[in-house]
Each structure stands twice: as structure tokens, then as C-alpha cells.
Design a protein around this ligand. Structure first.
Ligand code: AMP
Length: 429
């Protein structure tokens, strides 16, 4: 016997009725983004590997160990072999598109959102998958459009608070930090490197490596024994220059004015290399170990790193899988499948075509109809109808001739004779 094939480790099938919840989340996100004047962007699922190496950073976990990369063979003399990668995140792709299409030339701020799958070869666990979906947005533009303003940061954070509220997600925490300018970060990296010299020998292997390559990453360490040492390290707030401090103070002042609560987390430096100034994460206690609902921050130098014009920006990516997990936990019986308005039961196979005509009529009038099968005995039609619809409509030779149909409502048990012309109105009530 041949072995049955299964979905690849770390990937999942999403099935109804749960997909209804995914659709609701996406519809709410689209609605909120539209009110904040964002437009949708759809970038390819795979890109040139160089985009992520340059845009996300060679030293990051994502690029160094989690990407799905392959050599794409040339199919014609005119084509070259190219290293391609399934996108592990979407910001680099959005900024590439911004540069490629000259979106900054309008002189206006570009406000773009995306919804789609991302791919990372991580160790799968609850809330962490190898294919997962992100809902994200970016605000990017030339400095003359106000893209560097702290008001943009505050507006994005206030929008996220609104989106989570409208999704019905309560109990979230906004953690906020500033990683300063590239110069601030360089200064902080030196301070960290110096502070790590006497203690790094007592830390985990990853930290020892990071202390050399990218000391900032030491702050992401989750190893319990390393935590007391990390607590003694300098904080980035002390390495910020006046401009960065002023920028951060303006972000928090606007959040205070709008009544968006936040806490300062000095260790929040985020996993990607492109961040500058504001960084943030929204977490949720109900998620367990993988507690980040979303993360983001400012990336003022990213466009230039990708060979583009100066285009400061700020954005975020939320884990849609984790939004679903959070909402499912709040629903006591999980997602209950919604029922159709009516099930049409043809009496005998000879009535199948007439039943299709009736279903078509009702569906065109906006009703949600399940179509039975004439070979079913009436008992089987009733059983199937009871599971999938609120009402059953019986269609036999007599009903077809007289134009009077019998409808039974499952919740009241009442049976009614209804003229065909009044059927749609009757069924929708
Ligand atoms: P990041 O791009 O790593 O900042 O991730 C942004 C958000 O995407 C996180 O806060 C998570 O909610 C979600 N996320 C990241 N990686 C995964 C994954 N492997 N599986 C599910 N969700 C993820």
C-alpha cells in the first residue's frame, strides 16, 4: 500500500468553519486600514535572495538559518541561474516595490498594507509555523512628506490599538522602546561589547557568538541563567542622542494624549537589523511561550540599504495565526458553523433539474441555499437538512405543478405552505 501524504511539517490546512474567523479578521483589518487611508499592496511570494540578505541582515536568525532558498535554474540562454527565497517577511518586498515603482516621486507619504503567507524554517510549536500569515502595514515616503515625524509612529500604534479592539482582542500589552539612530546603535553596540567582555564567558554559546557578531542580539536571549547578567548590561536609552530622545518623547506624548497605554521595555531591540528609533511589540498573555501578537518599528535607512532614495518609514507585522489562536481561546465552543437559510429536497431524481432551477432562483435573490439530491429518501434529506440549514423546502411533482411549496422550520418545528413567488421573502425571515 502506498504511504498517505500529509501536509509538510510546520504547514497546516485551514478548514471551515475556522476559515470564517480568518475571513472576519481580514475584513476587519481591511476596514480599519481603509479608515486610516492605507491601500493594499501585493508583492510576490518569492524574491531574489539578495533582498533579504541586504534588507533583513545576514546576521539575523531569519537569514542565517530560517530561509527557504533555492537555485533557480536558467531555462533559456537569456536567463541566469538565480538564488531565490520564499519571503520570510514582507517589509523588504514592500520597500523594494516602493523603490522599483518610484512611489516616492509623488512626494506623498505611501501608506500600504498587505495580508499574506510568510515562510521560515523554525522549530514548529503552538503559534509557530513554517508557513504563517502576516497582516502588516508600512508608512514610507520622502522626508519632505513628513515620513520621519513621531506623529507617524504614534498614529500607527493608535491604529493597532483600534484594530485589536475592533477584533475583540482584550488584554494586550504594548511594549515600546527606541533603538536610536544608526550612530546611537553603533555607540550602544560598543558599550555592550565592552560590558560583555568580563561576563560573556559565563553566558550561553549563542550569547558568546552574538557578543562578537552582533552584541544587540544578546538582549534577545531567553536562557534563564543568562538573565541576571543581562539585567546588569547598559540600556540603549543611555546611548541615544538628543534628536532620538526628542523623537521618542514626542511618540509617547502623542500616545498619552490619545490614551493608548504602553510600557517601556529597554530590551526590546527586535530581531531584524533594519530598525531605527521606535521599536514595539504587542503581546498577549493567553498565547504562552510565543506571546508576540505583532512587532514592528521604524526603519529610516532601509530604502538606502536596498539602493533606493532616502525614504524613512515605520511599519509592523502581526501574526494572523496568533490572532486566530487568541480569538479561538475566547470562544467557548470554538467556531460554530453557520447554517444555510434553506435546504432544497427534490423528491425523486426526476426532480433534480427543477430543484437546481429553484436553488438558482433563490440564490440569485441573495439566499444561502444547500441543494439536496433526489435519490435521497425523505428521512435522509431531513437529517442532512437539519445539520446544514435552518429550513427545508420540499419539491415534488405536486409542488412543481401547483407552485405551492412546503417549508419546515427546524427550530420551531412548524410546517407552512408557501407560494413560490413569496418563497424568498418567507425563507429569509
Ligand atoms: P517578526 O517579523 O518576526 O517581527 O514577526 C511579526 C509577527 O509575526 C510576530 O509577532 C508573530 O505574531 C508572527 N510570527 C513570526 N514568526 C511566526 C511563525 N513562525 N509562526 C507564526 N507566527 C509568526
Amino acid at each position: 500500500m502506498s504511504q498517505t501524504l500529509k501536509a509538510v511539517r510546520g504547514t497546516r490546512d485551514l478548514l471551515p468553519p475556522e476559515t470564517a474567523l480568518w475571513n472576519r479578521i481580514e475584513a476587519t483589518a481591511r476596514d480599519v486600514f481603509a479608515r486610516y487611508n492605507f491601500g493594499e499592496i501585493r508583492t510576490p511570494v518569492f524574491e531574489d535572495t539578495g533582498l533579504f540578505a541586504r534588507g533583513v541582515g545576514e546576521e539575523t536568525d531569519i537569514v542565517s538559518k530560517e530561509m527557504y532558498t533555492w537555485e533557480d535554474r536558467a531555462r533559456a540562454q537569456s536567463e541566469k541561474t538565480q538564488s531565490l527565497t520564499l519571503r520570510p517577511e514582507n517589509t523588504a518586498g514592500v520597500v523594494r516595490a516602493y523603490i522599483e515603482h518610484g512611489l516616492g516621486e509623488s512626494g506623498l507619504l505611501q501608506k500600504l498594507y498587505y495580508i499574506g503567507p510568510q515562510f521560515r524554517r523554525e522549530r514548529p510549536q503552538k503559534g509557530r509555523y513554517r508557513q504563517f500569515s502576516q497582516i502588516g502595514a508600512e508608512v514610507i515616503g520622502p522626508p519632505s512628506a513628513g515620513s520621519e515625524s513621531p506623529l507617524r509612529d504614534a498614529e500607527v500604534l493608535e491604529m493597532l490599538a483600534t484594530l485589536l479592539d475592533e477584533l475583540g482582542i482584550t488584554g494586550w500589552t504594548l511594549e515600546l522602546n527606541s533603538v536610536g539612530s544608526a550612530a546611537d546603535r553603533a555607540r550602544y553596540n560598543e558599550a555592550l561589547r565592552a560590558a560583555l567582555v568580563p561576563v560573556v564567558g559565563q553566558m550561553c554559546g549563542d550569547c558568546q557568538r552574538r557578543a562578537e557578531t552582533n552584541p544587540l542580539r544578546v538582549l534577545d536571549c531567553k536562557v534563564a541563567a543568562d538573565q541576571p547578567i543581562i539585567e546588569t548590561l547598559p540600556v540603549i536609552a543611555d546611548s541615544l542622542d538628543e534628536e532620538s530622545k526628542k523623537h521618542f518623547a514626542a511618540v509617547t506624548a502623542a500616545l498619552d494624549a490619545a490614551g493608548v497605554p504602553y510600557t517601556r521595555n529597554h530590551r526590546l531591540v527586535r530581531g531584524l537589523d533594519y530598525y531605527t528609533r521606535t521599536t514595539f511589540e504587542f503581546t498577549h498573555g493567553g498565547l504562552g511561550a510565543q506571546n508576540a501578537l505583532l512587532g514592528g518599528g521604524r526603519y529610516d535607512g532601509l530604502s538606502e540599504m536596498l539602493g533606493g532614495p532616502r525614504a524613512p518609514g515605520i511599519g509592523f507585522a502581526m501574526g494572523e495565526d496568533r490572532l486566530v489562536l487568541t480569538l479561538l481561546a475566547a470562544l467557548e465552543q470554538g467556531v460554530v458553523a453557520a447554517k444555510a437559510d434553506a435546504f432544497i429536497a427534490p423528491l425523486g431524481e426526476g426532480m433534480n433539474a427543477a430543484a437546481l432551477v429553484l436553488a438558482r432562483e433563490l440564490r440569485h435573490q441573495g439566499l444561502w441555499i444547500e441543494l439536496g439530491e433526489g435519490s435521497f429518501r425523505l428521512k435522509k434529506s431531513f437529517e442532512a437538512a437539519d445539520k446544514t440549514a435552518r429550513q427545508i423546502v420540499i419539491l415534488g411533482e405536486d409542488e412543481l405543478q401547483s407552485g405551492i411549496l412546503t417549508v419546515k422550520n427546524f427550530s420551531t418545528g412548524v410546517q407552512t405552505k408557501v407560494p413560490r413567488g413569496e418563497l424568498a421573502v418567507f425563507l429569509s425571515n
